[in-house]
Design a protein around this ligand. Sequence first.
Ligand SMILES: Cc1ncc(C[n+]2csc(CCOP(=O)(O)OP(=O)(O)O)c2C)c(N)n1
Length: 538
Amino acid sequence: MLSTVDNNMAPSQAGLVEQMSVREAMYAFLRSVGVSKIFGNPGSTELAMFRDFPDDFEYVLGLHEGAVVGMADGHAMASGNATVVNLHSAAGVGNAMGNIFTAYRNRAPMVLIAGQQSRSILSLEPFLYSERATELPRPYVKWSIEPARAEDVPAAIARAYYIAMQEPRGPTFVSVPADDWDRLCEPVFARDVSRVVAPDPAMITGLRAALTAARRPVFVVGQANANAGVWQELIDLAELHQAPVYSGPHAARNSFPEDHPLFAGHLHWDRAPLARMLAGHDLIVVLGAPAFVYHVEGSGPFIPDGATLWQVIDDPSTATWSPVGTAIVGNLKLALRALLDSAPAEPREPPPRRQPAPAPAPDRLTDAYLMSRIEALHPDNRVIVCEAPSSLDALRAHLPIKEPAGYYAHASGHLGYGLGSAIGIAMAEPQRRVIALIGDGSSMYAIQALWTAAKLGIRVVFVIVNNRAYQALVGFGRLLGMGVPVGTVIDDLDFVKLAGGMAVPGETVGRAVDLDAALERAFGAAGPYLLDVRTEKA
Ligand SMILES: Cc1ncc(C[n+]2csc(CCOP(=O)(O)OP(=O)(O)O)c2C)c(N)n1
């Protein structure tokens, strides 16, 4: 029988030559798959996980679990490798849940390791006991387990990693009792486990034929393209077919250059206007996106009369609920490479170019003016994180996303993702300038993340788009024929003081004339910097 061992005792002394502690086996496995950071917020049930914390690992502390999972999401998406997250048993998982939902919708690969009380006292319903630990994060994790035996924990973590990395990627969950970490187990070795599935070649042939025959095809693109890294393939395909490219509604990442002549804009999130935007096209090819993400109930046809729809998506489940069209399931890179072997039957005229938005008035501190000045002062090598719901139109009009992996948002609608994710992205891509555009309301769901940015000296410019309201809800209220809804005014927040309290420098910008200099100071900062921009209400 295995028993708890002194961690300093060599395996040979214990008479178990090929064994190591559960903790050592976990770190050895993580090392072998290139994971060296643990994002977390610890508790007593997990402390044993960190005994003799290895020198080649970094613990990234966040002061609230929402901020922790947001950071881990950003890091996973920007680095392309799963992140490991330490959460405190039931309460920590509960705090993290909003951003676990977001990670699930974002397809962010992540292994969540939560503490559990010691196995030996579970029958006594002890303090901190997570009674149904594996059910708590469901249905927003791809896999959830509390291993039957301590010695199964490293293999469970390895399996959680492989599942998280398989398309569609996403979070997985392992609950580990506190007394497991010191137990002995066999090591787990990294293996090559397939991460993608190839699309059905016969269906790809069908889509190629449809593309060849179409008179006026159109592409609709979404976040699975960014996850699969098919920036150039999409440009080549659009140019080959001279087809306009729309971004699907609520796309959480960018996959096509918004300054490209074929970029047509962002589709509406309401059924009828969306169908109207696609009118005149006989073939709609949805690549790496759901068809479609609606925000309100609608009626009428899903696509214009006379059009047919094809979809290529890495998620089998998403393929099944599309109301119309033919769906091909598989990896976008493989699909696009196969589709590039197609050509129009007749040469096509290039579609008309979109009209640029008129420049915003320079004397008013609107969100549109703010976006236009960021574009003017920092046009390249930037990553925009946006969680400023009512400023999305301004962003799209004046701050085009021109580079691969240049835009991150939540696919979930959950607020509290952006502030943390910006930090995780900047950790993974320190050579780029991460600019987080966060609403005053949204920032307060994860404001603790600023502390981590300051502690680690992470270079992020946090721009609080401060309209002193939950303005998106005010706008939505208008759509519903209401006045200003209750619970939507949030004035009297001082973000410079909040940031200062966490050692992040910053300044308030109250006039359009002061904006450029403040942005220059923010872009020039060596560490985190916050601008509280008091924008005019729309
Ligand atoms: C966790 C969570 N709670 C509530 C909401 C509902 N909600 C959607 S938009 C919004 C307002 C956001 O305000 P702010 O960040 O200031 O941006 P603005 O709407 O003013 O542009 C709220 C509260 C949400 N999406 N997520």
